[in-house]
Design a protein around this ligand. Structure first.
Ligand SMILES: [Ca+2]
Ligand SMILES: [Ca+2]
Ligand SMILES: [Ca+2]
Length: 1017
């Protein structure tokens, strides 16, 4: 093992050793270790099988259950179901509470924990296929706009006829075909099928048929994906054992030799099956998918007989090139340990039968496949593999590659690759493909593909290594040109880092559950879910409960054609360089970039790849060139060399970049910079957004809870019960977390047989002025609640705040700050610290990022075999929230906890709970009013006339300037001046010096933002 991995190997050994050999230390529960505690929780939660389904499979399951429970068989367009699938009662068609939505839980805006539809909504679970010319590209995705259709179709598609330069939004696949009618539920896969007129594609989806059975369907297109025929039910996926089986998460593959189409999927079994009440991995194939109506399928085989794991996420690949090999890879989650397994079954009769699956990561010599941690800003996670076969004519023909995410290095996740050179009989050890394994946070949702011309192996994945905390991420690509023996540096394919949490508001999946790629003709074609650089509170309003992102198509217009921000076609990687912490010094000196400022900028650059498996190296001859596209901003000095940058190092520009902002620049406008970086080893373009203007804040809401006695809440505030059997409202308390002043508080306590709950605290509604440029939220939080003692992000109990749009004419919706925040810090770190898991309980606020764990941090305890809490301390929270002008809004603090465990189980206490205090909401407008200089002219023996110049053209009301001197003998007439609006110069004033020498007498002009002095001449 290489040196860089020493520290994570050490921590891995600690945790793994503790898992198996620990001795108990917890006073609250003698005999219990971290692993005991969490495994007991898992057993409690494992009764709902849908918890283990894919996002769309679970949704299909819920709707199928809801329909089954409806007397009319679900003929209406509307469902309100609990998270376990039963219909919320008293909700007939036409009922006031009936909404054209699928909602879990009972909130009035129906977006708390469920799905919502609308014209703008997320696009996720990406798939892609490319025709042999490379010009016709088809993208499939979950398309939540389709929830409003009847029957619903959430299998969306887009097509390109220009090699991916632009895509046309085709909207959703049809739900009524020549042979089958039903709801089409996404979880898409799309493939090019050779033959026919040359532009054939197929598209697979989860399908709930007209008999309300959860199965699979195929659509087909013979016009390059412009129009589709289907659904055609994949009959071997329909109740292969007994009624009540549920098909989930399929992928498909096309044999390039024969045109045979294979499908593998997860069959959640009802009872009598090879794996009763478990998950079968099944495979079926069709030889007439383009020609027969309906296509016919083989009866199907089970690949994982007798498996004791939760097996899911299977993907098939035909070997091609005359081979009769087919491979299916999938992920298994061990139920009794903290480990996953990646399994591959091989067929050498083109899919008729399969051998016993091989476990790739089973050798005791290998890094154990520790469960992936949850990821800030992302919804659920998994360890589904992606598989590819080299069917080029190159020297590595026949190689099989499997990639997946594993938390073996305990930094959230790393992507690893295994290779087989003997038809899947044996596999290499994993090669870690992350830039700094063990120290680069999470890499996940990988896709692998092999170029059919060159044999290049391409791997693309989501990557949060771009920042040390928070939800910033980018898409990372790396490749191998020698059959997986060595790998390129990981490098970004997104133009800039983006926020995983942007638009993530109503439910999963937002970024997941997978991405896809095609490699051919030397090019990598890949699709993923992404988010815009700027997000705003009202995006999607007034017509939708959802934000129009994250997405692949960007701002979608049905039938419209535009570039797709979630599609990349690339041949040559950019340099593996990130921006460091950008800083500046402004000439006005108030610390803000303003109209009239000359600002000296530093743009440090980091060479972030250190992993020896991914070709780390120095960047030399580094040179930066800064430019801007923002009107009114001039780069005066835009070129600087940098010192050589070694792996892991950051270098600052050797010369400052000087930027001049026009005196007429409108403060509050964002400056968009581009830094082009050149080096001997490659080039890149690093983008950066700089806010401007000096803030002026007006308080809209202020609450410190001191006006009420402990146990009461202030007038105008309200509590609401969101879910759970016993009601425990938010209250106030003046003892938690060492405080002596009253503060809002909710306990984390086992206070019922099942203490699962969701409780809310509402602020008064506040009106944001129409001229507001942004809103800030400041408060102090303190928390000591149950988190996972073995993972860093996963947690179970805690709280968040949402901001509810109460504006007349808008749909009421409560959005997480992560959906649109421009800045969000908790104490010294960005964002929330933790993330709650998916849950089968509608009383639990699942799958969100939150304040949880201990606000005082935690420490590793080898006896416990996990992390124990430090005492909690107050942390200051600051948020910058754009796009709230002219809205009426409300804060909603939301506490949730699951059915077992409190902070006492992870070393916290003696009282567990959450506290919030000193809440201040402000509206901010910005101004620019720094003074530039003072000019004095001598007009007599002891008299001068003076003027004050501003950097910016003064805004409304002018710039008031007070005049002073270091000499008591100086008088001014007038005593103060105002630089009038529209001008940069004050009226003149006179200076009289009554006595004394003029040698060291200064005149000082003090404006609202700075001071300028001049010596009497
Ligand atoms: Ca990592
Ligand atoms: Ca300034
Ligand atoms: Ca708990």
């Amino acid at each position: 093992m290489h040196a860089a991995s020493a520290s994570f190997r050490f921590s891995a050994a600690l945790i793994l050793g503790a898992l198996f050999f620990s001795t108990p230390v917890l006073a609250s529960d003698p005999g219990k270790t971290a692993a005991d505690h969490v495994l007991a929780k898992m057993r409690l939660a494992s009764t709902d099988k849908s918890v283990h389904m894919s996002s769309m499979g679970r949704l299909a399951h819920l709707v199928q259950q809801a329909r089954q429970n409806q007397p009319n068989g679900g003929a209406g367009t509307s469902f309100r179901v609990t998270a376990s699938g039963s219909v919320i009662p008293n909700l007939a068609n036409g009922d006031a509470a009936d909404k054209p939505d699928l909602c879990f839980g009972g909130d009035e805006d129906c977006s708390d924990t469920g799905f919502s539809d609308g014209p703008g909504a997320t696009q996720s679970e990406l798939t892609i296929a490319v025709d042999k010319t490379g010009q016709h590209v088809v993208i499939g995705f979950n398309d939540f706009r389709g929830f409003s259709l009847s029957p619903l179709s959430v299998s969306g598609y887009a097509y390109s006829d220009d090699g991916g330069a632009t895509f046309t939004d085709g909207q959703q696949l049809p739900t009524t075909g020549p042979t089958a009618h039903g709801a089409v539920f996404g979880d898409p896969d799309v493939k090019y099928v050779p033959g026919g007129a040359g532009c054939q594609f197929i598209y697979s989806s989860i399908f709930v048929n007209s008999s309300n059975q959860q199965t699979m369907s195929i659509h087909r297109s013979t016009d390059c994906g412009h129009t589709w025929v289907g659904p055609f039910e994949v009959t071997p996926a329909t109740n292969p054992n007994t009624s009540g089986d549920a098909a989930d998460k399929e992928f498909i593959s096309v044999d390039p030799d024969t045109g045979r189409v294979g499908m593998s999927w997860s069959n959640f079994t009802a009872s009598s099956a090879s794996i009763p009440v478990g998950v079968e991995i099944r495979f079926t194939y069709s030889d007439d998918v383009m020609t027969a109506t309906p296509p016919t399928w083989s009866s199907g085989v089970v690949l994982n007989h007798g498996s004791q794991d939760f097996d899911t996420g299977s993907e098939p690949r035909f070997a091609g090139n005359g081979s009769n090999n087919v491979y299916v890879a999938w992920s298994g989650q061990e139920q009794s340990f903290y480990f996953a397994e990646t399994k591959v079954a091989a067929s050498n009769d083109n899919g008729v039968s399969f051998g016993v699956p091989v476990v790739l990561d089973q050798s005791p010599l290998l890094i154990p496949n520790f469960w992936i941690d949850f990821i800030l800003g992302d919804d659920r996670v998994h360890q589904f593999p992606s598989i590819a076969v080299d069917n080029s004519w190159g020297s590595h023909q026949g190689n099989v590659y499997v990639v997946y995410a594993t938390n073996a290095n305990f930094d959230g996740a790393d992507v690893v690759v295994h290779r087989s050179t003997d038809g899947g009989a044996t596999w290499s050890e994993p090669t870690v493909l992350s830039s700094r394994p063990g120290n680069d946070r999470a890499q996940w949702f990988p896709t692998v593909s092999v170029d059919s011309l060159t044999g290049r192996v391409n791997v693309v994945f989501d990557d949060q290594g771009v920042a040390v905390d928070g939800d910033l991420m980018e898409m990372t690509w790396l490749h191998s040109d020698d059959g997986g023996a060595s790998w390129s540096k990981p490098s970004p394919i997104t133009p800039r880092p983006f926020h995983a949490g942007y638009g993530n508001d109503t439910g999963q999946p937002n970024l997941g559950d997978y991405n896809a790629s095609v490699s051919q003709g030397g090019w990598l074609y890949t699709v993923f879910t992404t988010a815009p650089n700027h997000a705003f509170f009202t995006d999607g309003e007034p017509g939708s409960l959802s934000f129009p992102y994250p997405s692949v198509l960007g701002n979608t217009v049905p039938g419209g054609t535009a570039p797709a921000p979630g599609f990349v076609k690339i041949f040559h990687p950019v340099a593996s360089l990130h921006l460091g912490q950008v800083s500046f010094v402004d000439s006005g000196g108030n610390g803000f970039v303003d109209a009239g400022d000359v600002a000296a900028f530093s743009f440090p650059i980091t060479n972030y790849v250190t992993n020896p498996a991914t070709s780390p190296g120095n960047y030399t001859g580094v040179f930066g060139a800064l430019s801007t596209s923002t009107p009114g901003v001039a780069v005066l000095l835009g070129a600087s060399p940098y010192g050589a940058i070694k792996p892991g190092q950051t270098q600052a520009n050797l010369l400052n970049y000087l930027v001049f902002v026009s005196p007429s620049f409108v403060p509050g406008t964002t400056i968009e910079f581009a830094l082009d970086v050149f080096s001997v080893q490659g080039t890149t373009r690093l983008l950066y957004s700089q806010p401007t203007g000096t803030p002026v804040a007006t308080t809209l809401l202020s609450e410190n809870f001191d006006e009420v006695a402990p146990g009461s809440i202030p007038a105008g505030w309200a509590t609401a019960h969101g879910g759970g059997t016993n009601v425990v409202p938010w209250t106030t308390n003046n003892t938690f977390c060492g405080t002596t002043s009253n503060a809002a508080f909710h306990q984390d306590k086992i206070d019922a047989a099942n203490p699962t709950r969701f409780e809310r605290l509402f602020s008064p509604i506040f009106a944001v002025p129409a001229n507001s440029q942004y809103v800030t939220l400041d408060m102090d939080v303190c928390y000591d609640t149950e988190d996972d003692p073995l993972e860093s992000i996963l947690a179970y109990d805690g709280f968040t705040v949402r901001i509810t749009d109460q504006t007349a004419g808008h749909l009421i919706r409560s959005v997480f700050p992560e959906a649109f925040e421009e800045a969000f810090t908790t104490g010294s770190f960005n964002f929330f610290p933790k993330h709650f898991p998916r849950s089968g309980s509608s009383s639990y606020f699942q799958d969100i990022s939150a304040w949880s764990g201990s606000s005082g941090g935690r420490h590793f305890d080898s006896g416990f075999g996990g992390f124990l809490h430090n005492p909690p301390v107050p942390l200051h929270v600051h948020m910058k929230l754009p796009g709230m002008a002219a809205t009426n809004a409300q804060l909603r603090f939301e506490y949730t906890q699951d059915s077992a465990g409190t902070c006492l189980d992870v070393g916290g206490g003696p009282v567990c709970g959450v506290q919030v205090d000193n809440i201040v909401v402000q509206s901010v407008v910005t101004k620019s009013d720094e003074l530039a200089f003072v000019v004095l002219l001598r007009t007599g023996t002891r008299t001068w006339t003076g003027r004050v110049f501003a950097q910016a053209i003064a805004g409304a009301g002018g710039i008031p300037v007070s005049l002073s001197s270091n000499s008591p003998n100086v008088t001014f007439n007038p005593a103060n001046v105002v630089i009038p609006a529209g001008s940069q110069v004050s009226p003149s004033f006179t200076v009289n010096l009554s006595s004394g020498g003029i040698g060291n007498v200064f005149v000082t002009a003090t404006g609202p933002s700075n001071s300028r002095s001049a010596k009497l001449p």
